[in-house]
Unconditional design. Structure first.
Length: 249
């Protein structure tokens, strides 16, 4: 009886973990697509993984099916979808060219990809360790899905507007490394968790959601990179503003 009871308690909830598995699938498929040279498709898959990743936690809370297993599984899936997949996407798009490019260290490409992946793993581990002790209104360090959005959005933008990968080799390596370091930084990023969907929005901002959605649907290759680059920059810019404000007081 006790063994059966223990076995039932160790089961997993299907619904939230289904979303997590779907996000993991998108990340895995994005790696395969990048390997095959389908860079825009790989970028889109990473964005789909972000949507699914945002759903699993909310579904778990709404259905009262949150579990420690789900938290750990979600982090492992995030490492693939937002750590390995973006690094491999940018590596196959341009960073692999460092092996033959003149005046560029031959190992620059895979080292930049590894640094980003390692930073994503460290970011996720720190988030799990601090989840119950930090202010939920802010993230410490750039969240891994947002970092992945920066990389995937950049590749999508560059492909859409005809930029040559070989001309963006050094910029891509710098972007990947800096985005990785942003994940393990102490910059605070607004989490949005303090916003209430049922709350009121000032009338002057009433059209803002419609404008954002229209921009995404009209030209996602431009709107999505702009959104994620802005979010990635707001952490350090906000820290600089707070530092200057303290100095002037």
């Amino acid at each position: 009886m006790n063994n059966q009871h223990t076995g039932r308690r160790r089961g997993i909830y299907i619904l939230p973990n289904l979303f997590t598995t779907a996000a993991l699938f998108c990340g895995f498929y994005a790696i395969l697509a990048a390997t095959d040279g389908r860079y825009v498709f790989a970028s889109v898959l990473i964005f789909f993984a972000m949507i699914l990743d945002g759903c699993d936690g909310r579904v778990a809370r709404l259905t009262n099916t949150a579990s420690e297993f789900g938290v750990q599984y979600d982090s492992l899936a995030d490492l693939v979808s937002f750590g390995v997949a973006p690094a491999m996407l940018l590596y196959h798009w341009t960073l692999h060219l460092s092996a033959t490019a003149p005046l560029v260290p031959s190992r620059l490409g895979w080292m930049a990809a590894f640094i980003y992946t390692a930073c994503a793993a460290l970011r996720l581990a720190r988030f799990n360790a601090q989840v119950n002790v930090v202010d939920k209104a802010f993230f410490i360090g750039l969240p891994s899905p947002s970092a992945a959005g920066v990389i995937a959005g950049f590749v999508w933008f560059a492909q859409r507007y005809g930029f040559q990968p070989k001309n963006l080799l050094l910029f891509s390596a710098a972007l990947l490394i800096l985005t990785g370091l942003a994940m393990v930084s102490n910059f605070k990023y607004f989490s949005g968790k303090s916003l209430k969907i049922e709350g009121k929005l000032p009338f002057r901002y009433a059209a803002l959601p419609a404008i954002i959605l229209a921009g995404i649907f009209l030209e996602p290759a431009l709107a999505l990179p702009l959104i994620f680059f802005t979010y990635a920059l707001h952490g350090p810019l906000w820290s600089i503003w707070r530092w200057q404000r303290k100095r002037s007081m």
